[in-house]
Design a binder for this molecule. Sequence first.
Ligand code: ZN
Length: 260
Amino acid sequence: MFADDYDHRRLNTLSWIRYAAALSDDPVLLLPVGSHEQHGPHLPMGCDAILADAMAVRLAEKLDGLVLPVLSYGYKSQARSGGGEHIPGTISLDGASLTLQVRDILRGIFYHGVRKIVVLNGHAENQWFLTEAIDLALREALPARPDLHLIRCEYWKYTPQSTLEAVFEGLSPRLNPHYVALLETSMMLALKPDLVDMSAMPSDRSGQFPPHDAYPQTGEGVPPSGVLSPVSGASAKKGRRLIRDTVAAMAAGLGEALNE
Ligand SMILES: [Zn+2]
């Protein structure tokens, strides 16, 4: 699905012989994690997986790392961050399912001696389940593996403030879910323009929510399009800048952290 110029960074394109040889270089392994979630009428439902994968392969290029196949399902969409589970096509995992799947993958990576791992998250609702997976995997592995060095990272937290200000053109953005639509649409225009339907870009109001979550979720407050924030102003040019600056910041920050 993601065949591109980065195939040489993808673990599932290597033979085991080449992987075994690469292990002697103490590589960073990156595990991108996304979701299968509605992203409005104009974007594909694999958006979070596509973006996490795209960030991971570019980061691997800078860190001389290898990328595991992207996990394409995530934790349940929440009304205030992703629109919720009521929209057709949003297909999610229970928290325990996501946690144990990632724990098992980490166990498999540890087993062959990898030391440095980045779990690169592309879907906000995943974060604490990825943390739990890392904690469970480490609990098993330690104290026999004091060399292990893991990082969990939401890629958007590395987007520089100056880049956001340029992208939002003076709207003084705060990077929270209510501003995500413009960012994701721009990055998808840069990466996969054929998968973006510009004619279907929504123009309805932003999501309106109280500062709490109410259950069972009914979709109340979610705009009919499913898109929680304005999309107008999205462009491939902005997307290219977002990707370039975010990857550069991650490479600097994570590169330093992994070499401590
Ligand atoms: Zn998304």
